[in-house]
Write a protein that binds this ligand. Sequence first.
Ligand SMILES: Cc1ncc(COP(=O)(O)O)c(C=O)c1O
Length: 403
Amino acid sequence: MVLKFTGSFTQQEAIPEKAIQAAIAVMRHGRLHRYNVVAGETAETVLLEKEFADSCDAKYCLAVASGGYALTTALRASGIQKNDIVLTNAFTLAPVPGAIQGAGGRPVFVEITKNLVMDLDDLKKKIKSTNAKFLMLSHMRGHLVDMEALISITNEAGIKVIEDCAHTMGANWNGIPSGRSGVVGCFSTQTFKHINSGEGGFLVTDDAEIMAKATMLSGSYMLYESHLAGAPVEAFENVRLDTPNCSGRMDNLRAAILRPQLADLSIQAERWNKRYRALEIGLNQVEDISLTSRPSKEYFVASSFQFCLPKFTQNQIKDFVLGCDLRGVQLKWFGASIPVGFTSKHDSWRYVDKQNLPETDKILSVLLDMRIPLTFSLEDCDTICQIIKEEVKKITSYQVLES
Ligand SMILES: Cc1ncc(COP(=O)(O)O)c(C=O)c1O
């Protein structure tokens, strides 16, 4: 009998009971807007910001409506001007170039390495050729670049780094929490991220002026003094009347759902990583599969898994993805010519100037990606590995027959 997998790659765990109770309490009192409080009350959103700031050792934190909103706001608050170039990873997801475009910037893509992180040699070249003053560093699929090396390059060039930590909440590089090496760190709490409120995001920084501007941009109606992880009141003096309100606040209902999840983040991270290690062990020995190597300084939170099939042709990869799909293993292929689901890539973002990225294209053409929801057990991971191995073998045995 053919082995099939019946789990769902898009099924996250249920919201914890404590979070449900907290959400019910907010709905019962009805004060969902973060600035709608009664005397003596501290809003759930305000508490969440404080807890998130503490969790990553940041001075300031602002909770917002989405990760993409956090990215656009971070650029605006950092002083981007119309048509400024913003360097970013050539391998990322659509909200990243979208945020740059939305803030009036022009994305210029930097090549990636086989380990799916920004290529620092190409970064140096692009800094030289563009004279860019902003870098939106996307820790795509949770892979962290050598942050010490990157920050030394960007500091020397006077570049402001905004970190896209949509996939690295809870991760760190050499003990420094992801999002804390750059000027601003941006996070997402959208359903497929490490804590889940459907939509939502955070922006963290130690820069009081950036936080004051971001707070005004998010729509604080001059009520910023109620924030516990907000910029000091003096920081608002020069910005409060000059910064437009582009509403994108988080509400108390989402914050209530997120607070208990944030408290459990490190436990969840270990559960994700156990599943990742099971997949890694299972696929490591397969001849045609190549895995990314993870540096010892990187502590990652593996909510997804990537591997390459470097010897496969495009048609073989198509057949492989289909074969796996028929057996219940859903893989995303970043090499497809037409974007499917979440897999769009630099040449599908036609609002961006066309760019030549041969190294990235070569890697993406053989890159497969899958989610690892926590609803999967370790046995599920073994089943997935078994199916992938068999499907790889099927393709390679056809190849032998054909030759
Ligand atoms: C790499 C990356 N950056 C940013 C975002 C933006 O997050 P959101 O969906 O909360 O806007 C996402 C979301 O999918 C993402 O995958």
